[in-house]
Design a protein around this ligand. Structure first.
Ligand code: ADP
Length: 613
């Protein structure tokens, strides 16, 4: 039944409720109404394209499949027109007068559950077509269905309880939504503002979007195209546009999956790690799309924290546009996406490490710190992440690295643990006293140069069922090797260690002879199980409690070294001088361990020793 006179309808009660909230909300990001209406326009065009396949008789069949947005800042209006499928009179009533939209239903439910004070919910849910009423004094929807026999109509409402439908002649196919803006929302009639909003949310909508006659979406949604058709330059251009970047991407992963979710993803690793350069902590910035329409440009839970350096796009058809972090169902969807994408990315990095070694190592030098963070904190992906870590070791050349898997492949059958040493650089570790016992036994030691390494190794704990052990730890036991001639006898060694303990008093917990020394006279090992030298340094830097407590060390001495033999000879003949030497030996050991807090007493003592030299 069609009628020439306007006919008035009451909105369904739920719509009234929804409109009341939308109109009176103080929600600040009102701009999402543009996204919602452009998405509806794009859906309408998509539906028409489908209809064209099966139906011969389409009204206004020559029209381009495009979206035209026009603004009029004098009249304070914005118009969004599509040449899509359109709506009949009955469809106008059904679609715009009753609640079908699942997002709106969820929204109302959340508001009912005490969300009424939280106007942010609008942004999270999106309320589809009705979001127009956040900015509108009145909304008119001119629509003509693709069915030629139908008459065109105009639906109009000011968002209060009712709407009107009237016949309207001379319409093109599709829908044209004219919004008369509220006075305080007149900005949305400005060309630049709408351009910015459309570029943010709808840049990749596949149909042309013209703003005041000018096409504004020119970059394609590359992630939906087939890999072999895309040139490198296109990827780079896309990366720069989408991530607002100026560099060329370092690595890229373009993939799609069908199960358990439909996913199209295009991910990039940038050239530089800006966190390393001292810029602020990165924010998750892989954007989440549903069929080319932006859902969230910074979704927090889409990827694990340690992947915050990634850029790019994840698109899943299985997501509702108005996805909400509040509902369990949507949370589960995002968690599923997270798992699939993270696994795929880890596999990709493993392949890179195998097939493009140099590129991987360059990536690792820049972004390895994130993989370490993941290895230490992300229990789910720990095993894959540890495989991706790289270190120098006592067997690599300077600047070359090894994986822990390769380390294990070189281990002798009697070696049960993986040894590592943390220090500022290779030279410091190689010249320190800790390595020599391992070298003498042909045991490889992993070198760690970054302050976080100790924490990482401590959290990773083991690899391939082999314990990760700090080579400078007090508990390390090394196998016996033939002792060189000319060492102090066991008896003499005992005498010397008691002398040392007596001389050094509370500065040492214990003094004993050591197996792990070959050339150096002595070394200090941390006797404090709860605070390693590195931790202590860090706490000192942060001025934390406990950092000022005297260090607790064990002194291990080398009964084969000339210094110890000489000390043994003189400790009875010139005990005062021998005491000074003992103190000096301990300080030297503390320096190697990075545990000497104040060097001044040592300098004074050295002068005293030089006087008697
Ligand atoms: P949703 O788009 O999520 O279904 P909306 O409230 O935005 O929810 O829209 C309700 C319904 O109105 C849509 O499902 C669609 O059938 C119809 N509709 C909205 N905009 C258009 C349009 N531009 N062309 C054709 N139909 C539309």
């Amino acid at each position: 039944m069609s009628t020439a006179t306007p006919q008035k309808f009451e909105f369904q009660a739920e719509i009234k409720q929804l409109l009341d909230i939308v109109i009176h909300s103080l929600y600040t990001e009102k701009e999402i109404f543009v996204r919602e209406l452009v998405s509806n326009a794009s859906d309408a065009l998509e539906k028409l394209r489908h209809t064209q396949i099966t139906e011969k008789e389409i009204f206004d069949d020559k029209l381009e499949l495009e979206i035209n947005v026009t603004t009029d800042d004098k009249a304070k209006t914005i118009t969004i027109q599509d040449f899509g499928i359109g709506m009949t009179r009955a469809e106008l009533v059904e679609n715009l007068g009753t609640i079908a939209h699942s997002g709106s239903k969820q929204f109302l439910k959340a508001m009912g559950e005490g969300g009424a004070k939280n106007s942010n919910l609008i942004g999270q849910f999106g309320v589809g077509f009705y979001s127009a009423f956040m900015v509108a004094k009145s909304v008119k929807v001119y629509s003509h269905s693709w069915r030629g026999a139908e008459q065109g109509h105009v639906w109009s409402s000011d968002g209060s309880g009712s709407y009107e439908i009237e016949e309207s002649d001379g319409q093109r196919r599709g829908s044209k939504i004219v919004i008369e803006l509220k006075d305080d929302c007149a900005d949305y009639a400005s060309d630049w503002k709408i351009k910015e909003i459309v570029e943010r949310y709808s840049a990749f909508v596949s149909f042309p979007i013209n703003l005041n006659g000018k096409r504004i979406n020119t970059i394609q949604a590359l992630w939906l195209r087939s890999k072999n058709e895309i040139k490198d330059e296109e990827y780079t251009e896309f990366y720069k546009f989408q991530s607002h970047a100026h560099d060329d991407p370092r690595l890229r992963l373009h993939f799609s999956a069908d199960a358990p979710l439909s996913i199209n993803a295009l991910l990039f690793v940038p050239k530089d790690n800006t966190e390393k350069l001292g810029f602020s902590r990165l924010e998750a910035s892989v954007a989440l799309y549903c069929r080319k329409v932006l859902i969230d440009s910074k979704p927090k839970d889409l990827l694990p924290e340690w992947l915050r350096f990634l850029k790019g796009v994840v698109d899943s058809e299985d997501l509702p546009l108005n996805i909400s972090r509040e509902t369990m169902q949507d949370k589960a969807l995002i968690a599923k996406l997270n798992t699939v994408i993270t696994k795929r990315l880890l596999k990709f990095l493993e392949e890179e490490a195998k097939n493009r070694v140099d590129a991987y190592n360059e990536f690792y030098a820049e972004f390895g710190i994130f993989l370490k963070e993941g290895a230490a904190m992300d229990y789910t992906h720990k095993d894959s992440l540890v495989k991706l870590l790289r270190f120098e070791s006592s067997l690599t050349e300077k600047g070359k690295t090894t994986s822990l898997a390769d380390y294990v492949s070189r281990m002798g059958s009697e070696q049960k643990e993986i040894y590592y040493l943390v220090g500022p650089n290779r030279a410091a570790l190689e010249s320190g006293p800790y390595l020599e016992g391992f070298k003498a036994r042909n045991l490889e030691v992993v070198f760690c140069y970054e302050p976080v390494d100790e924490y990482v190794m401590g959290n990773v704990r083991e690899f391939d069922s082999k314990k990760l052990t700090a080579a400078d730890h007090a508990d390390v036991k090394l196998s016996d090797i033939p002792k060189p001639e000319g060492a102090l006898s066991e008896d003499d060694t005992k005498k010397l260690t008691s002398f040392l303990k007596e001389s050094l008093g509370a500065r040492v917990e214990e003094v004993k002879a050591s197996d792990r020394l070959v050339d150096s006279p002595a070394l200090a090992v941390n006797a404090d199980k709860f605070m390693s030298p590195q931790m202590r340094r860090m706490m000192k830097a942060m001025k934390k409690d406990g950092a000022d407590e005297p260090v607790k060390v064990n002194l291990e001495i080398n009964p084969r070294s000339a210094v110890m033999k000489r000390l043994f000879e003189t400790h009875t003949t010139t005990p005062d001088r021998a005491k000074l030497v003992a103190e000096q030996i301990l300080d030297n050991a503390l320096i190697s361990a990075g545990l000497l807090d104040d060097a001044n007493p040592m300098v004074a003592r050295l002068y005293k020793l030089l006087e008697t030299a």
